[in-house]
Structures are given as structure tokens and as C-alpha cells.
Write a protein that binds this ligand. Sequence first.
Ligand SMILES: Nc1ncnc2c1ncn2[C@@H]1O[C@H](COP(=O)(O)OP(=O)(O)OP(=O)(O)O)[C@@H](O)[C@H]1O
Ligand SMILES: CC(C)(CO)[C@@H](O)C(=O)NCCC(=O)O
Ligand SMILES: [K+]
Length: 258
Amino acid sequence: MRQGPLLAVDVGNTSTVLGLTNDALQLTHTWRIRTNRDLLPDDFALTLKGLMDLSEVATPPCAVLSSVAPPVGQNLKLALERHFGVRTFEVTAENLHDVTVELDDPRAIGADRLANLFGAERYLADREFVIVVDFGTSTNFDVIGRGRRFLGGVLATGAQVSADALFARAAKLPRVNLEAPPSALGKNTVHALQSGLVFGYAEMVDGLVRRLKTEVSGDALAVATGGFSRTVEGVCREIDVFDDTLTLRGLVELWATR
Ligand SMILES: Nc1ncnc2c1ncn2[C@@H]1O[C@H](COP(=O)(O)OP(=O)(O)OP(=O)(O)O)[C@@H](O)[C@H]1O
Ligand SMILES: CC(C)(CO)[C@@H](O)C(=O)NCCC(=O)O
Ligand SMILES: [K+]
């Protein structure tokens, strides 16, 4: 097994999450920055140096990077290699020969979903399948089987994106925080909106998890991750486990098994 320290970077469409491990590959620091498509390699170098300096840590010799925003991933990789001499492993289906991506076109899979496959492995010990529900810009359902199988899943509009679309189109609707209201029956505009946006969203998630569990017809565990998962904790009934750092730890596991 390889040793840390390691930098793990997950470039999403909205946020980029970075994690630093110790020698034993346990996460010791995490940072979250906006994914800015306009930044160039030297901009990223300054950001990376700023984060490391703020936390008073040294840049590690190696990094693992998943990106679903291609130019950002490429520019970050260049920054890591040019400015810090960090050897960077980029997650792609082609780079992972031990993973079976059961999609029509395996190369189309998002790198974050491959990271989630590795993050799910720890839950596979006593289950046949794990359904990772990753609440980000989109909400992904990644169905993972033993033996590093990616069976497929669902891509749904993210909770914040669907809320923003509604606020933009309805003149009298205020922007509300995505938090659960006291009851489904709203007595004012804010609670009624929160009912639709949070309870409605949670029902969609529960319904899809139920459908997926039926379709795989095996013992399946549903694990939620991503920012919005905290909001639906206690609201979604079909989710068994909440795991904030599943994607980052998945990246670390992925790198460790290369
Ligand atoms: N601490 C939090 N508590 C409650 N809700 C949160 C929290 N952090 C984020 N969210 C909400 O969850 C949404 C998704 O969270 P997350 O930050 O994981 O995804 P993202 O960074 O927007 O997506 P991507 O990974 O695609 O870039 C956010 O848009 C926000 O509305
Ligand atoms: C679905 C997103 C946007 C989620 O981040 C990402 O995983 C992605 O761009 N995927 C490519 C398409 C696919 O995974 O089928
Ligand atoms: K993500």
C-alpha cells in the first residue's frame, strides 16, 4: 500500500474540494473553493500556495485529481506539476484498468463518479450493492457493485439549481434558504416553497433510491454525500448512511490502490 502525504482534489462544476492526508493517508485538512473556469495555471498556483500557507502545511509530493470541468482540471494539474513538482494522477476510466464501467460508453463517465466508486468500497463488505447519492450541482446516483463494478445510475437536477431556476422565472417568489419547513402544509410563501424544494426533492430522491433498489434486486445500501445531503438528513427515508467526505476519501483509496 502506498504512503502519504497526498493531496486529493475534486473539481466539481460549482466547487472544488481539496483534501490533504498524513503519511497514513488519513485526511487532516479539507478546503473548498469556487470552481472558476477563468483561472490559469499560475492563478491556481497562488491559490494552492495560499491554502497551504494558511494551514501551515507543506505541499505533498503526490496528488490525485478528479475533474468534471476539463480546463480547470488541466490548469490545476499544470500548476501542481510546474510550481510544486507534485506528481499528479488524473482519474479517468482509461486510467483505471481494474474498474468495469458498465455504460454504453465507459469513457463518458464523470471522474467524480469513479471517485465515488472507491469511496463506496468500504460499505460493500456486507452488501452486494451500494447506491451513492451525491448532492452537488447535479444529484448523481451511482450504483456500485463488488469487484469495482460501476453499474450505472441517475443524473438529476441539483436542488440548488432547480431552486434557482424557479426563483429566476417567478417574479413574486423570494429566494429562500434550502432548509426543511415545519410541515409539508405551508401557511406562507417561504414555507410552501421550502416544502416543495426540500420535501419535494427528498421524495424524488427516496423514490429513485427505491426504484434502483428494486432494479438491482440485491441487498443495496444507500449512502448520501455532498453539501445538500445534510439538509435532507432526517428527511429522506431511503438513505441509510450520510458520509460527508466519501468522494475525497474515495480519491485517496483510488490512489492508494494504483
Ligand atoms: N454545509 C451545508 N449545509 C447545507 N447545505 C449546504 C452546505 N454546503 C452546501 N450546501 C448546499 O448543497 C448544495 C450542493 O453542495 P456541494 O457544495 O456539495 O455541491 P457543489 O459544490 O455545489 O457541486 P459540485 O460538486 O457539482 O461542484 C450547495 O449548492 C448548497 O446549496
Ligand atoms: C454528472 C456530473 C456533472 C456530476 O458532477 C459529472 O459526473 C459529469 O459530468 N458526468 C459525465 C456524464 C456521466 O457521468 O454519465
Ligand atoms: K462533487
